[in-house]
Design a protein around this ligand. Structure first.
Ligand SMILES: [Zn+2]
Length: 184
């Protein structure tokens, strides 16, 4: 299957993915804790109180939730479903494994929260999906950004104005994805 066909299929599956996400978030509403309430003082130096108040974290003891994409007509992503992930973000809420409740992981997921907020649900999913198809998980642009900033966070070597930087980089990623979608 060529990549345009795959993008077309991915787009067709999006409404189902959105329903899956909304159901997941609804089911976990009570367990979701605003990130500002967690004892992570360095996050508060990087992100505004507003952002940390809106963003929520859910700790999970099993696997972090991932949409059953192969059942949604996208068997190409089956490998992602079995991947063991430390954390994952859907809109303003992220899920972290209880084994990985580090400030660094929370930073990584906060980068995704800002990306989701910047792009909105549809465009985030499209940009993320196209990035996955093109580069694989680790090198997909939205992940690559999160991992490289996370490295800066760990080394205490973040550039100033990180949130603005995330927004700018996210816009640039979208600008590179959007022309590909027009051809579909
Ligand atoms: Zn990530």
């Amino acid at each position: 299957m060529n990549s345009l066909d795959l993008i077309r299929k991915f787009r067709a599956a999006l409404p189902g993915v959105q329903v899956w996400i909304d159901t997941l978030l609804e089911e976990n509403k009570k367990q979701a804790v605003p990130v500002i309430n967690l004892a992570f003082s360095r996050l508060q130096k990087v992100f505004s109180a507003d952002l940390l108040n809106n963003a929520k974290a859910v700790v999970v003891t099993g696997k972090v939730p991932f949409p059953p994409l192969s059942r949604m007509g996208l068997p190409e992503f089956a490998q992602m479903e079995t991947m063991s992930m430390a954390g994952i973000t859907y809109k303003d809420t992220f899920f972290v494994s209880y084994l990985h409740q580090t400030e660094s992981l929370h930073f990584h997921e906060m980068v995704h929260v800002v990306q989701w907020e910047r792009l909105g649900v549809d465009d985030f999913l499209l940009a993320y999906g196209v990035g996955l198809m093109q580069f694989g998980y680790r090198d997909s642009p939205l992940e690559q950004m999160a991992y490289s900033l996370q490295e800066g966070f760990e080394r205490r070597n973040l550039p100033p104005g990180v949130v603005d930087l995330i927004r700018q980089k996210t816009d640039a990623i979208w600008a590179s994805v959007a022309p590909r979608l027009l051809k579909v």
